[in-house]
Design a protein around this ligand. Structure first.
Ligand SMILES: C[S@@+](CC[C@H](N)C(=O)[O-])C[C@H]1O[C@@H](n2cnc3c(N)ncnc32)[C@H](O)[C@@H]1O
Length: 221
């Protein structure tokens, strides 16, 4: 039922002791995992349909239903806004090929890390990168699945100018802030974050359930 979502429970109550070691390893090695071919194909096809050269790019990675992508398009009227998610059941089947939801906004089914890699290979920058309520992976042994400790972290950093992350788990945001500071980003962190208006379905669900929300924003240092 809407409004009865349980808060994140974890055996981990603070920044993971292995955080800095894991990040250091990812920052000093090359991630050699092959690209996810369907995501690469979908993204390269989408690139042929839009003009990424003349407008700033806004990325909504893990956009879920794409509700936030629509709102971000209103917030960034001069930008090209792309919402990506790996789940077709959340996005709707049209997003398999890329679906236009506003004059300058699109949804695409793709794995985020493959899209980041494609952007990096083409020297494309993301002016504003949103990671809104990413899966928290709260088990301590799943640290490497959180974006800031994922092998794709250097890619995310390499393509992104402003980064904004929101979560209902304070530890995720504290870790993300630590990772962004290690990358010499200028970080602002808001605990007990109250959005002016709701941006995503998960945000709506967590607010209705009385959860505290947390936000970190980072700009190039
Ligand atoms: C907790 S939901 C949040 C969805 C949305 N941002 C919101 O706040 O309503 C996390 C989303 O991330 C997506 N996701 C997880 N890993 C992903 C990946 N590697 N690439 C693309 N999407 C991913 C999931 O499919 C899911 O829709």
């Amino acid at each position: 039922m809407f409004g009865n979502s349980t808060p994140v429970h974890s055996r981990q109550n603070g920044v993971h002791p292995d955080l800095e070691r894991v990040i250091e390893r990812h920052m000093t090695s090359v991630w050699r995992a092959p690209a996810h071919e369907p995501s690469q194909h979908a993204f390269l096809q989408w690139l042929t349909r839009v003009d990424v050269a003349t407008r700033p790019l806004v990325l909504d990675s893990g956009c879920g239903t794409g509700a936030s992508t629509r709102l971000l398009a209103e917030r960034h009227p001069d930008s090209l806004v792309l919402g990506i998610d790996q789940s077709l059941s959340r996005l709707g089947s049209e997003a398999e090929e890329g679906v236009q939801i506003a004059e300058q906004a699109w949804l695409l089914r793709a794995r985020a890390e493959t899209v980041w890699s494609c952007l990096q290979m083409r020297n494309r920058r993301v002016a504003n990168h949103y990671l809104l309520y990413p899966n928290p992976w709260p088990k301590p042994e799943h640290l490497r699945r959180r974006w800031h400790c994922h092998p794709a972290w250097p890619l995310l950093l390499g393509i992104s100018e402003t980064i904004e992350v929101r979560s209902n788990w304070s530890v995720y945001i504290d870790e993300m802030a630590t990772a962004l500071r290690l990358a010499n980003r200028h970080v602002s962190l808001v605990a007990d974050f109250r959005p002016d208006s709701v941006l995503t379905p998960f945000e709506a669900k967590y607010l209705a359930s009385g959860h505290s929300l947390f936000q970190v924003k980072a700009k190039p240092g």
